[in-house]
Design a protein around this ligand. Structure first.
Ligand code: ADP
Ligand code: MG
Length: 226
């Protein structure tokens, strides 16, 4: 069963085509990794998939709801950790407060942040803030979780803790779309990978197929990580 389907998506900004003809599907329980050079259209693709941008052409269909985790955490600075997580489930989803608080505390425990529920974002490390933002996304019980370079704003020593949280979610069969520049992680966590180049999907397939591809742009891109 596919949860997300994008067909022939095109998007331009100021007359410059940034997504040129993107088609993809994400099946339930699947992890889709998206890699590619800066400016190739990865964030725009996620923003169209999640409705933050409207495509100019093409069709997007999805089942259920989705959550988003950004590069820069995007926590509400004036809300405590607990309020960051519980606010939308209570106010937007109109769920019962007691249930939302109980689940938020379970998520915090899972993220190793039980002692931080009353802290404010500025009192946390980048890795802790990103774990709160993952908990906040999960609190909405999304059918798909989208990540846009979740570790790129973190110091290298904090990257591993976030990658581990995402790997654990993959082991629980959470459906995820992950834009990342962590190549080993992309290779290990993804069921399917697309390599974007200049607004196109230049290569796609299993991690083995994509990382073994002889596509010139792909080889050049991978060369930068060696
Ligand atoms: P990536 O995430 O792969 O680095 P982006 O999707 O952010 O790439 O950007 C692709 C191209 O689209 C870039 O040239 C970027 O400058 C341009 N772009 C993205 N968003 C906007 C916008 N809101 N307005 C104008 N140009 C944009
Ligand atoms: Mg981006």
């Amino acid at each position: 069963m596919s949860l997300l389907e994008m067909k022939h998506i095109k998007k331009s900004f100021n007359g410059v085509e940034v997504l040129k003809d993107i088609s993809l599907t994400v099946d339930k329980g699947e992890v889709l990794g998206i890699i590619g050079p800066s400016g190739s259209g990865k964030s725009t693709l996620l923003r169209c998939a999640t409705g933050l941008e409207t495509q100019d052409e093409g069709l997007i269909t999805y089942e259920g709801t989705f959550g988003l985790v950004f590069q820069n955490f995007n926590l509400f600075p004036h809300y405590s950790v607990l309020k960051n997580i519980t606010d939308a489930p209570i106010k937007v989803q109109k769920r019962k407060k007691e249930e939302v608080y109980r689940e938020a505390r379970e998520l915090l425990a899972k993220m190793g942040l039980s002692n931080k529920e009353n802290a404010y974002p500025y009192q946390l490390s980048g890795g802790q803030q990103q774990r709160v933002s993952i908990a906040r996304a999960l609190a909405m019980k999304p059918d798909i979780l989208f990540f846009d370079e979740p570790t790129s704003a973190l110091d290298p020593e904090l990257t591993g803790e976030i990658l581990k949280v995402i790997k654990d979610l993959a082991a629980e069969h959470m459906t995820m779309v992950i834009v990342t520049h962590e190549m080993n992680f992309a290779k290990n966590v993804s069921d399917h990978i697309i390599f974007m180049d200049n607004g196109y999907i230049a290569v796609e397939g299993t991690p083995e197929e994509v990382f073994g591809s002889s596509n010139e742009r792909m080889r050049e891109f991978l060369g930068k990580f060696e």
